[in-house]
Design a protein around this ligand. Structure first.
Ligand SMILES: N[C@@H](Cc1ccccc1)C(=O)O
Length: 431
């Protein structure tokens, strides 16, 4: 029988102090993944070898890049196609492959110009000769700087592949003979005394326990719990307004419909507070379902959960709202916020809340907020010097970000993968 790959690796290592999986694959003419597998099994043996994973980036020329090597860059091809007397643009565009990119790049480079004075646009050469550095670079990749290669990657002339390879050296217990380690102390080993000369596998305290056959919480419930915790940690247990700027109608207000936001709950709670007698400062939160007439797409359903926070106290200002929002979002691991003036019929001023999403590397809208209008507060009998500030966001959006889902149907509805529900750990909102 052919020698085991693991034995061959050990023998190779005995005569060479160090090596790596890629060189071994070359040396043994074996598949790289097979070598990795063998190294991994050697790695389980107590200090036999020392393994360090490394990533190796390699550049590859794409089919489009090969075309450039053969015929020149798209812009050079366009330039070379232009005769000294010029050529109608339409004709030029039909005469070479990749004409569109080539044309715009050659224009940007200042190699050609477009003469629109006549009846049809004519392309002319603008310089007597050109140097096609792209072709030169692609032909001699080894001497091309990394940042230039990254540029070419954007142009799809190059692509990079990252190979994970393993570097290995002899470990403190290195030997070319592998002794099979015992996993269990059996009654046989005890009875015949063989245990004395056997080596045992070390305990693996990192091993995951067997999965328990229990119920699982849906991600939305886990994230909701986190929000509830944040609110509890935050202690919730001048007129001059421009008005609503539309006519309020009793018939409209009396219509029976599913609520579109939980601010209805807030108004109800403030009403209830004043029914109890005297005003006392309060902090409220609610997390519940709301319903909207939305066009359904990957991030919108006609129903979702809204998270709302409210603080009522004497003489609160917009500064209090901004400070509270920073404190709240900090607890979610979000520290960069921006605010944009917005309109809500029940708050003034109102602000949309944007946060910088590190993963997406851009600012995204995460919520809405504002100072409740006196038109809403005074009829509920709140004292005139009491201000109420509030903010709202959806439960689904942070959950999707948290669990790396980009389609809301993966989170809500009949297409939810139960494995995803079972396998995702308890939510931690910080990064
Ligand atoms: N109700 C608002 C959020 C909000 C709550 C409280 C005050 C201001 C705004 C929304 O649906 O987006």
């Amino acid at each position: 029988m052919a020698k085991q790959l693991t034995d061959r690796i050990l023998e190779y290592l005995a005569s060479h102090d160090e090596t790596n999986s890629l060189d071994l694959a070359d040396e043994f003419q074996e598949d790289h993944q097979k070598i990795i597998g063998a190294i991994k099994s050697l790695e389980t043996m107590d200090n036999l070898i020392t393994v360090t994973p490394i990533s190796k980036k390699e550049w590859e020329i794409t089919a489009e890049g090969q075309h450039v090597i053969e015929y020149g860059s798209h812009e050079a091809v366009v330039y070379n196609t232009v005769p000294d007397k010029g050529i109608p643009q339409a004709e030029l565009m039909k005469s070479v492959p990749y004409a569109k990119v080539g044309f715009s790049k050659a224009m940007v480079a200042g190699w050609i110009e477009l003469d629109k004075n006549g009846s049809i646009p004519i392309v002319r050469k603008k310089v007597p000769f050109i140097v096609d550095t792209i072709q030169i670079h692609l032909k001699d990749l080894a001497n091309t700087p990394e940042n230039v290669k990254t540029e070419y990657k954007k142009r799809k002339l190059l692509q990079d592949t990252v190979t994970k390879i393993m570097h290995l050296e002899k470990g403190p217990n290195f030997s070319t003979k592998i002794e099979k380690l015992e996993a269990d102390l059996t009654s046989d080993l005890l009875a015949n005394g063989a245990w004395k000369n056997k080596k045992f596998k070390p305990y693996n305290f990192e091993a995951l326990g067997a999965a328990l056959q229990v119920g699982h919480l849906h991600p939305l419930l886990k994230v909701r719990q986190e929000f509830r915790k944040i609110f509890l940690e935050m202690g919730k247990g001048g007129y001059g307004s421009q008005g609503y700027r539309y006519d309020w109608k009793l018939e409209e207000a009396q219509k029976n419909l599913l609520r579109t936001h939980t601010t209805a709950v807030t108004a109800r709670m403030l009403y209830k507070l004043m029914q109890e007698g005297e005003f006392k400062p309060v902090k409220y939160f609610s997390i519940d379902r709301v319903f909207r007439n939305e066009t359904l797409d990957a991030t919108h359903l006609a129903e979702f959960h809204q998270i709302e926070g409210v603080i009522a106290n004497y003489r609160l200002s917009l500064g209090d709202l901004i400070g509270t929002l920073y404190e709240f979002f900090k607890k979610l691991g979000i520290t960069q916020l921006r605010f944009k003036p917005a309109y809500n019929p029940y708050t003034e001023p109102s602000m949309e809340i944007f946060c910088f999403h590190n993963g997406l590397e851009k600012w995204i809208e995460i919520g809405n907020s504002g100072m409740f209008r006196p038109e809403l507060l005074l009829p509920l009998n709140l004292p005139p010097d009491v201000n109420v500030l509030g903010w709202g966001l959806s439960l689904e959006r942070p959950t999707m970000i948290k669990y790396g889902l980009n389609n809301i149907r993966d989170l809500v509805g009949p297409k939810v993968d139960m494995e995803m529900v079972y396998n995702n750990p308890i939510c931690r909102l910080e990064k």
